[in-house]
Write a protein of this length. Structure first.
Length: 326
């Protein structure tokens, strides 16, 4: 059972346009525990399920969130699930696995988790064109996000041409920025003490989130988006993953998702005050933070690229949730 303080935090996040989705804890929480959390806490608006979750478990999760899905018109109430282990990074293989998951789960509020690799991007396009909702991950750079959004647009255009009802499709681009902070902080810790004023720790995640948020907003100003929106499409959402408790209050922006656990929510409610929207019109601050890190020899783009590769290699069919550092 969640404390009143944590529940109040869920309400404040919702007021800022943030949707908290529950993490399965990397498989450490049983299906019964996850279902109990969803039943007890109406402020939890979605679920990132691991690849190990059975189809019957995923159906149960979808059913537990169906009221949220219906009440929000399909904005929330989603369950994202992996495609299974040991899949090759091949578009045809990924699409076939996604179609199997979609058919076996047989719920309108399930998303299939795709790797954000070039092959995964092709699979994303094909899945959307066939009416299958998708989460794409891991994404840790604006360039990778741009490629994924290109694949999303093409998929939605094909879906429209195929007669798919766009209002039934959802797309989530997931960025494990919390893990990026861990990696950058480790490099900061290896800098010589007193080396010209070391840059502040715990800034990379927010900086990348700010740049990604601006990139998404710029895409929504394009002509293509007005066409898709008139056809019923919901805007692509950014999900912040791998979060530590302090990120919950500091990475806040409208129409975004946070991967949370009950424990991280409780810690955030105890330790920090919600800062309000930290992403809108803040890309300049994000850029300056990355420049400051680079002056000290830490290239966040290089760190992000290495981390993307590591996460993709460890889970080729899309990163499992739950690697949330505490």
């Amino acid at each position: 059972m969640m404390s009143q303080e944590a529940r109040a935090l869920l309400g404040r996040l919702a007021a800022e346009g943030v949707s908290p989705w529950l993490s399965d804890g990397g498989g450490s929480r049983t299906s019964a525990e996850l279902l109990r959390s969803l039943a007890e806490e109406p402020g939890l608006l979605g679920l990132f399920a691991g690849s190990a979750a059975s189809r019957s478990d995923v159906r149960a999760f979808c059913d537990a969130l169906r009221a949220v899905f219906d009440l929000t018109g399909g904005k929330d109430g989603w369950v994202s699930t992996g495609l299974g282990a040991h899949l090759t990074d091949d578009a045809a293989t990924l699409v076939a696995a996604a179609e199997q998951v979609w058919s076996e789960v047989d719920r309108p509020n399930v998303q299939v988790r795709m790797p954000a690799t070039p092959e995964g991007q092709r699979a994303l396009t094909l899945c959307l064109a066939r009416g299958i909702s998708v989460e794409s991950t891991p994404i840790l750079s604006v360039g990778r996000l741009g490629d994924v959004l290109d694949a999303y647009v093409e998929g939605m255009e094909r879906a429209l041409a195929n007669g798919v009802r766009l209002e039934r499709l959802a797309f989530t681009a997931s960025l494990p920025i919390g893990l990026l902070d861990v990696a950058v902080n480790a490099r900061l810790g290896r800098l010589p003490v007193g080396s010209g004023g070391s840059p502040q720790a715990d800034v990379a995640a927010l900086a990348v989130a700010r740049l990604a948020y601006r990139a998404r907003e710029k895409r929504l100003d394009d002509r293509w988006w007005s066409v898709l929106r008139r056809a019923g499409a919901a805007s692509p959402r950014l999900a912040w993953m791998g979060l530590r408790f302090r990120h919950i209050n500091s990475v806040v922006g409208w129409n975004t998702v946070q991967e949370v656990s009950v424990e991280s929510l409780e810690a955030a409610a105890r330790e920090h005050a919600l800062r309000g929207d930290t992403l809108l019109n803040a890309s300049g601050d994000g850029h300056r933070a990355l420049v400051a890190l680079k002056r000290h020899g830490i290239d966040v783009a290089e760190v992000a690229s290495a981390l993307e590769s590591t996460l993709t290699e460890s889970s080729p069919a899309g990163r499992d949730p739950g690697s949330t550092p505490r």
